[in-house]
Ligand binder design. Structure first.
Ligand SMILES: Cc1cc2nc3c(=O)[nH]c(=O)nc-3n(C[C@H](O)[C@H](O)[C@H](O)COP(=O)(O)OP(=O)(O)OC[C@H]3O[C@@H](n4cnc5c(N)ncnc54)[C@H](O)[C@@H]3O)c2cc1C
Length: 300
């Protein structure tokens, strides 16, 4: 099906994009990679009267590493991150970027668009929550910084005002001795995962977990931080028994819905298994091992 008629506007600067959002009103939408918005428009589930293209705002496309931080521009494509030095330094980012959909979607879809869309099954909202991430927003009042945990309010709902734009993500570089992993399970490449888990651990004395962050994806209306699972690891050795306790706590924290991807019970079991595996991979990476990980497909 074709999308309903709309007018097209190209913004050359952030200021111009904000002005267009104000002038064109509530039914105008920004377009970045178009990988969420265009399918919704073709299905007539979204009917914006105007699209404001931000792909020509040059400052949104950079990946930079000022001291101790990683700054990712909102227009950075999943594929850019997959092949970036940042992805090589922080393997969790590579796990996430390389597993999203297929090459076509990864070449077009942007990290800013993913967070702004706030799809409960999206990967970036889960992966970036395992790291210390802030969302940089620009609007008529200038710039504001929102911690990622406060940015996504509900399924498909963020704190962004209609005339605000995500300009970048600022991620604190993980400290030495830490490692992470983002794992997801899906039926095939061009679909969203059935469940996902992101884990970041900090290790001391070889096997002692000093700190942990455990985030569950696709098993709630937003990504879920499994704090009891984190507590089950903090200050403990990363042995089988403690990892199992953490995975059980993660399962209990999940709040999945049954849908075409699987029953709620199935997703709950799946997310616990992903957490268990992700803790193991994160710990090996924290010890300096190079481990390949990411999205896994059914029947592989
Ligand atoms: C077949 C298919 C499979 C997919 N599988 C996965 C998957 O496995 N995992 C996953 O995470 N994603 C998946 N996606 C989604 C993909 O990652 C999209 O790229 C992403 O959700 C949206 O990014 P975009 O740049 O395409 O945004 P767009 O579609 O251009 O925009 C999405 C929404 O965000 C708004 N927006 C865009 N940029 C900004 C900005 N800078 N500031 C404020 N608002 C903005 C738009 O107005 C719109 O409302 C899939 C998509 C497809 C088509």
């Amino acid at each position: 099906m074709y999308a309903a008629p709309f007018s097209y506007h190209r913004a050359a600067s952030l200021q111009e994009a904000v002005k267009l959002l104000q002038e064109l009103g509530e039914d105008a939408r920004l377009i970045a990679g178009g990988q969420s918005l265009i399918p919704l428009m073709k299905m007539r589930m979204a009917r914006p009267t105007a699209l404001i293209d931000i792909n020509f705002v040059s400052e949104l496309g950079d990946i930079r590493t000022p001291k101790g931080e990683l700054h990712i521009g909102a227009l950075v494509r999943h594929a850019d991150l997959e092949h970036s030095a940042a992805g090589a330094t922080i393997p969790l980012l590579h796990d996430c970027a390389a597993g999203i959909a297929d090459v076509q979607v990864r070449n077009q879809g942007t990290i800013g668009g993913s967070l702004a869309e706030a799809d409960p099954s999206g990967d970036w909202g889960t992966a970036l929550l395992a790291l210390d991430t802030s969302v940089i927003c620009f609007g008529p009042g200038g710039q504001r910084t929102v911690p990622l945990e406060d940015f996504i309010k509900d399924a498909y709902t963020t704190v962004l005002a209609h005339d605000e734009i995500v300009t970048a993500l600022h991620v604190k570089l993980p400290l030495k001795g830490s490692g992470g992993a983002h794992l997801a399970f899906k039926r095939c490449a061009p679909v969203y995962p059935t469940a996902s888990a992101s884990v970041q651990v900090m290790i001391e004395d070889g096997n002692m977990c000093k700190d942990a962050r455990i985030i569950l994806g696709c098993v709630g209306l937003t990504a879920i931080r499994a704090k009891e699972a984190e507590a089950a690891l903090r200050g403990k050795t990363l042995e089988e028994k403690n990892i199992r306790t953490a995975a059980d706590a993660a399962r209990a924290a999940a709040d999945p819905q049954s849908d075409m991807r699987g029953s709620a019970d199935y997703k709950r079991i799946l997310v616990g298994t992903l957490v268990k595996r992700a803790i193991g991979i994160a710990a090996r990476r924290a010890r300096g091992e190079s481990v390949e990980a990411g999205h896994e497909y059914a029947g592989r």
